[in-house]
Ligand binder design. Structure first.
Ligand code: BES
Ligand code: MN
Ligand code: ZN
Length: 495
């Protein structure tokens, strides 16, 4: 899809469809007013007849509006003017994109970017418009035998800003939005692929491919290498699978060689059956999404490479399946992690932390400025925060604040969870240094406590994306989160 920025007379915009906003008092926004003026009050006439009332998220498509260069006019309800903020802006954009998809227009001019938002500038509005359009037109069809019959695809999108002076700022934001959107698309594609295709080996191949295209240094460590490194915990999870495990390492160099990198570590369980502590059958198919943390590392590496951020970043992905098998790890088995600490595996379904702990020890060799791990780690996270916020845990308050702020800007929000010592109490084993689970209470926090025992050497944050990485039900599919959050975190670090 091609994007551009324009200012100037909306009534003269040649386009398949021009999109303008209406507040719920039937007040026209500047572009709507321009169309109304040029068309001898065609829009006001439609509103007067009661066909559209400006309620937030509603749309009305008009054809053959007189004296207008665009083929169609799409009215989008913005709700109450006084309440018009980030959330309403995003809702209106989403509704506009859904309505656009139902038309045959191959070009669109979206004027919502001209609307004033408290605390948000042109750049923010443009970036979010790009993300909303790409998100709204995303489809995952590659596993269908025939491509579904579809309308003419949208090829060109023009974003309309109020003043000429905003164009330069808008163009920078456009490039940024497109980079983040491409990263999110990669993350969604990898997440949506079934586990019989998206294996650890497939992920490793995709990393090599990504490296070739975007100039990343990629290294794939296999079973033998993992043994040499002493990753007893990661290897224990992989034992039950016919698919060989891979440790994927991607380095992006945008700053001086010796500048300490930010490390991103993503959980790459390509399918989580639970292992011997097997999961119930219902919805188990969704455990193909258990590599969404890994996928978000891929997507973020792609986004920052496209943006050419002046920063060093290393992405590390431990990838494996978690399967039951005669050779699988069993409840009660004790393993030695790369850190030397021993773990009693009381539940083989708490496997994410078992692969992450070794990857978190591995990244110590980079002397990283900060480490962020991203994982679909606990069902308890979904209970705590639902599908809205990602759970954020950290051993460094400044790092936590950076990530929270990035999430706000990206509208890919996280919520700060406690990591107090009181919660460490539950991790006690009679036989090993500690177990891999505590009681059910506060399950996301005790999982983070487990990881914290491997992250003492650097500022570290953990993002539990179990509730935000994918959607269930009719709209089942990966969301691409938290690529936008991570990209903005790195943008801030690069600034
Ligand atoms: N991948 C799951 C977490 C998960 C479950 C995410 C459901 C999203 C939806 C993880 O490996 C897991 O199974 N965690 C267990 C931990 C428990 C055994 C302590 C869980 O949350 O039930
Ligand atoms: Mn599990
Ligand atoms: Zn899992």
């Amino acid at each position: 899809m091609e994007f551009s920025i324009k200012s100037g007379s909306p009534e003269k915009q040649r386009s398949g469809c021009i999109v303008v906003g209406i507040f719920d008092t039937r007040k026209l926004t500047p572009s709507a007013q321009a169309l109304d003026g040029a068309s001898r009050h065609f829009l006001n006439e439609v509103l007067r007849r009661g066909d559209h009332d400006g309620k937030l998220g509603t749309t009305l498509l008009l054809h053959r509006v007189p004296q207008i260069s665009a083929d169609r006019v799409l009215l989008v309800g913005l709700g109450r003017e006084r309440e018009f903020g980030e959330a309403a802006y995003r809702t209106a954009l989403g509704a506009a994109v859904r309505a656009l998809r139902a038309t045959g227009a191959s070009e669109a001019c979206i004027c919502l970017t001209e609307l004033a938002l408290k605390r948000r500038d042109t750049a923010w509005k443009v970036e979010h418009a790009v993300l909303a359009v790409v998100e709204g037109f995303y489809r995952f069809d590659r596993m269908k035998s025939k491509p579904p019959e579809s309308k003419r695809p949208l090829r060109k999108v023009t974003l309309h800003v109020g003043k000429r002076a905003e164009i330069a700022e808008g163009e920078i934001a456009l490039a940024r939005g497109q980079a983040i959107a491409e990263g999110m698309t990669l993350t969604k594609d990898l997440g949506n692929l079934p586990a019989n295709i998206c294996t650890p080996t497939y992920l490793a191949e995709q990393a090599v491919e990504l490296g070739k295209r975007h100039g990343l240094k990629v290294e794939i460590l296999d079973q033998k290498d993992l043994e040499k490194l002493g990753m007893g915990s990661f290897l224990a999870v992989a034992r039950g699978s016919r698919q060989p495990p891979k440790l994927i390492v991607m380095e992006y160099h945008g700053a001086k060689r010796d500048a300490p990198p930010v490390a991103l570590v993503g959980k790459g369980v390509t399918f989580d059956t639970g292992g011997i502590s097997i999961k119930p059958a219902a919805e188990m198919d969704e455990m193909k999404f258990d590599m969404c943390g890994a996928a978000s590392v891929f997507g973020t590496m792609k986004a920052i490479a496209l943006m050419r951020l002046p920063l060093n970043v290393v992405g590390v992905v431990p990838a494996t399946e978690n399967m039951p098998d005669g050779n699988a790890v069993k409840p009660g088995d004790i393993v030695t992690t790369m850190s030397g600490q021993t773990v009693e595996i009381l539940n083989t379904d708490a496997e994410g932390r078992l692969i992450l702990c070794d990857a978190l020890t591995y990244v110590e060799k980079y002397k990283p400025a900060a480490v962020v791990d991203i994982a679909t780690l606990t069902g308890a996270m979904v209970i705590a925060l639902g599908h809205v916020a990602t759970g954020l845990f950290s051993n460094s308050d400044p790092l936590a604040r950076e990530l929270l702020a990035a999430g706000e800007t990206a509208w890919d929000r996280a919520w700060h969870m406690p990591l107090w010592d009181d919660y460490q109490e539950g991790l006690k084993s009679n036989f090993a240094d500690f177990p891999n689970i505590a009681s059910r209470a506060g399950g996301s926090i005790t999982a983070a406590c487990f990881l914290s025992r491997f992250t003492k050497a650097y500022p570290w944050a953990h993002l539990d994306i179990a509730g935000t990485a994918w959607k269930s039900g009719a709209e089942k599919g990966a969301t691409g989160r938290p690529v936008a959050l991570l990209s903005h975190f790195l943008l801030r670090r690069a600034a």
